[in-house]
Design a protein around this ligand. Sequence first.
Ligand SMILES: [Zn+2]
Length: 258
Amino acid sequence: MTAGASARKLVISLHDATPFHLDRLRKAEAVFLELGISKITYLLVPEYHGGYPSAGHPGFPGFCREARPFAVDWHLHGYHHLESPPQGEAAGGGLDGLKRRFMTAGEGEFLALDPQAQRRKLEDGRDSFRRCLGTDPLGFVAPAWLFNAALPPLLREMGFRYTEDHRRMYRVDTGARLESPVITWATRTFLRKYGSLIVCPALARIWAKAPVLRVAMHPFDFDHPSTVASIKSVLRGLMPGREQAFSSDLDFSPGGAS
Ligand SMILES: [Zn+2]
């Protein structure tokens, strides 16, 4: 591996850390160990689908604080990870609402929320994050990477530094952005699951020269042996040529994609 500022970076993440997925998170960690991952970002959901409070679970805060043989950077990830019922026009009912639900399985939690509702979820989420980890989150990732223009100013005001969508990572305090495509597997339907097994390795080849590449995994991936095999193969292909990084390791300065 070429070390140093100019090396290509690999940002690996595990989404949807919640007590609901605790067994799957353990399975995922066995894979991270086997692969020799050294740095990984975990995304904490404060109250998954409204029924699984992370901070109130007897074992989950302990899981969050466990010592691990690899470094973990925790970010906040939505609040319920589920869209609230549509509220009037702002929620984008009708065809837009249907489309959104179809595309995100109702997980575009922050997309249609007004600033006040976003602020409440961020404040409650930060509180849960503190109770689980004893620190404030510096990164926030909206579920399904979907958000509206109200989110970045709110994050900045609340002291967050990093967020991201499908295409880029952002410094919310400076407004800087970094092109960083993401490879992620789907398991929700038969077609998407088998599609991912072809698409994900192809994307790794297409984006081979991208200065910053993200690989995002989800707990449900670890229910599917063929998906796990694909994850392992893609990461084994990428890891030797790239330096593993957290958001805080990346150079967001203009032109500084390294
Ligand atoms: Zn998620």
